[in-house]
Design a protein around this ligand. Structure first.
Ligand SMILES: NC(=O)C1=CN([C@@H]2O[C@H](COP(=O)(O)OP(=O)(O)OC[C@H]3O[C@@H](n4cnc5c(N)ncnc54)[C@H](OP(=O)(O)O)[C@@H]3O)[C@@H](O)[C@H]2O)[C@H](O)CC1
Ligand SMILES: [K+]
Length: 504
């Protein structure tokens, strides 16, 4: 699913009007109908519900007027509030003329603001993708008033005051919506952690926009849902053999942190790897053989840490990091790994391997192409060495980092972002807060290792599938355990079902 900019969305509207031989007013009516149906289907509005529709001067406001008319036709009694403006869009004016006299319509002012009791429904149709700057003056006053009420707020297309795809000063006046209804595609702003309180739960409402225009529009950002991944995970051929699915090497664990190695190993096996060898410190030998009998154990000479890199020849993919510790000896192992891995062997670096990269920055320049890094926000900040100014700046850092180091980078969080060496960025749609639990990252590393060892998958497909399936496993697990009760081991159990859903 592509993420279009506000400007591209406007061009898409125009292309749709031309391609389908309709008027922009008819397109507005389509958008309004989609909103009205959502309100009636999802909110089960009682006819007695107090409904206030706040309308701005542009097409966002035009949507609001059309919805008010449709609700009135359906038997509801919405009140319309108009933001005073010197100029209005043509479709706003047409819908203003069509507004039935029976609908109470008042002009907003600092002295005349709607009283919004708890239980009231507010439709925020003040501003949408046409917002060009932070709100101030009366619009800001209205937004602040709205945010102080207990009413349920549904935003049309965008919560008013939020820019669709660019940063804005902290403290901007932005509607805090319970739901945001976005036409056809999500907006990049929906995926920024800082905007969560403004966007609320967001829903994409298809309104039949021109698919060929969307297909032909180049974008920098994608939203990854199941449909986006269709066909990327081929079914297993009947006569497959272990070699097809690769022999992977996992370098993980240290005294007191062997669980990370166990979780990553189990996840790798559940991810479908052909063979797995695990290198842990000697203390982990029995633990691994007992906990993960499907894996071969290759204990390090050291009792407590991984200090020696094994011969790499047998392995198609190597992952390093979970529970490793940051000993000098481990840094030497990383240095050797980067030197010996070569361009044909897939690499996955996580956790302490990333921290070692940050403390031995000269190693960053030695990453083989297509290495996959899996930092969380703090680890990423250590890698860049520069705290991000805001969510958008962090994404630009991610894009630049991946381009500079020709790597893939899974920046973990809500809507995990996958940076790629060639530029486009992919935002994941699966997962839940229950996954913020110790070991969740180890499971992702193991799953990623398995898919990178799979000779049939490109680095991009392996990373997209691993991130999606990891989150999906979390959603399936949370359905059983609840989010609070979810632990990393549960994720491992649901990797298989999550991958099965994706098999072409
Ligand atoms: N395909 C679709 O998604 C469809 C979307 N629709 C709706 O159209 C809006 C976008 O409508 P638009 O008229 O482009 O703009 P807005 O209604 O969002 O904004 C109205 C005007 O507000 C002015 N503006 C911008 N920033 C500010 C500000 N900070 N303070 C005050 N006024 C502001 C701006 O004019 P300026 O000249 O002042 O910049 C805007 O023109 C979209 O969101 C959907 O709701 C279609 O209805 C159907 C298809
Ligand atoms: K809005």
């Amino acid at each position: 699913m592509k993420l279009l900019t506000a400007a591209q969305t406007r061009a898409l509207d125009q292309a749709t009007v031309e391609a389908q031989g309709i008027t922009s007013l008819e397109l507005m009516e389509r958008a309004a109908t989609a909103c009205t149906l959502w309100l009636l289907d999802e909110l089960q509005l009682a006819f007695s519900t107090e409904i206030h529709v706040l309308c701005g001067p542009g097409n966002n406001g035009g949507d609001g007027l059309a919805v008010a008319r449709q609700l009135h036709t359906a038997g509801y009694a919405p009140q319309v509030w108009l933001l005073p403006a010197d100029k209005h869009s043509a479709d706003f004016l047409l819908n203003r003329q069509q507004l039935p006299q029976a609908i109470r319509c008042q002009e907003l002012s600092a002295r005349r603001l709607p009283m919004l009791p708890a239980g009231a429904l507010v439709l925020d149709a003040l501003f949408g993708t046409g917002l060009t700057r932070p709100l101030e003056g009366l619009p800001a006053t209205i937004v602040k008033h709205l945010n102080q009420t207990e009413a349920t707020v549904v935003a049309v297309d965008m919560p008013s005051g939020l820019l669709a795809d660019s940063p804005q000063p902290a403290g901007s006046a932005i509607v805090r919506a319970h739901h945001t209804l976005s036409f056809e595609l999500p907006k990049l702003a929906f995926l920024m952690p800082r905007n969560a309180d403004f966007v609320g739960e967001w829903t994409v409402l298809p309104i039949g926009l021109d698919q060929s225009f969307i297909h032909n529009t180049d974008v920098d950002n994608y939203f990854v849902d199941a449909a986006s991944l269709a066909g990327r995970l081929p079914r297993r051929a009947r006569f497959s053999h272990k070699g097809t699915f690769g022999h992977a090497l996992l370098l993980a664990g240290s005294y007191g942190k062997l669980g990370a190695a166990v979780l990553a190993a189990r996840a790798c096996l559940r991810g479908g790897v052909g063979l797995l060898t695990v290198r842990t410190p000697a203390v982990g030998y029995t633990v691994l053989q007992m906990s993960v009998p499907e894996a071969m154990a290759l204990p390090d000479p050291s009792h407590d840490f991984v200090t020696e890199l094994p011969e790499l020849q047998p392995y198609a993919a190597v992952a390093m990091g979970p529970g490793l510790g940051q000993e000098v000896s481990s840094a030497e192992v990383l240095r050797q790994l980067l030197r010996q891995a070569g361009s044909r062997r897939a690499l996955v670096l996580d956790a302490d391997a990333l921290n070692l990269l940050s403390t031995h920055r000269e190693l960053l320049g030695k990453l083989p192409p297509d290495t996959v890094l899996t930092p969380h926000l703090k680890e990423f900040e250590r890698l860049t060495g520069e705290p991000a100014r805001d969510d958008y700046h962090r994404l630009e850092q991610l894009r630049a980092f991946c381009r500079e180091h020709r790597c893939y980078c899974v920046l973990k969080g809500a809507y995990t972002a996958l940076g790629t060496p060639h530029g486009p960025m992919y935002f994941n749609s699966t997962g839940n807060p229950g996954m913020s639990t110790g070991g969740s990252g180890d499971v992702l590393t193991g799953l990623l290792l398995a898919l990178r060892a799979d000779q049939r998958l490109s680095p991009l497909d392996a990373a997209l599938l691993a991130v999606y399936a990891h989150g999906r496993a979390g959603d399936l697990a949370a359905a059983e355990t609840g989010e609070a009760g979810l632990i990393a081991g549960d994720l491992v159990q649901f990797i298989g079902p999550a991958l099965r859903e994706l098999e072409g």
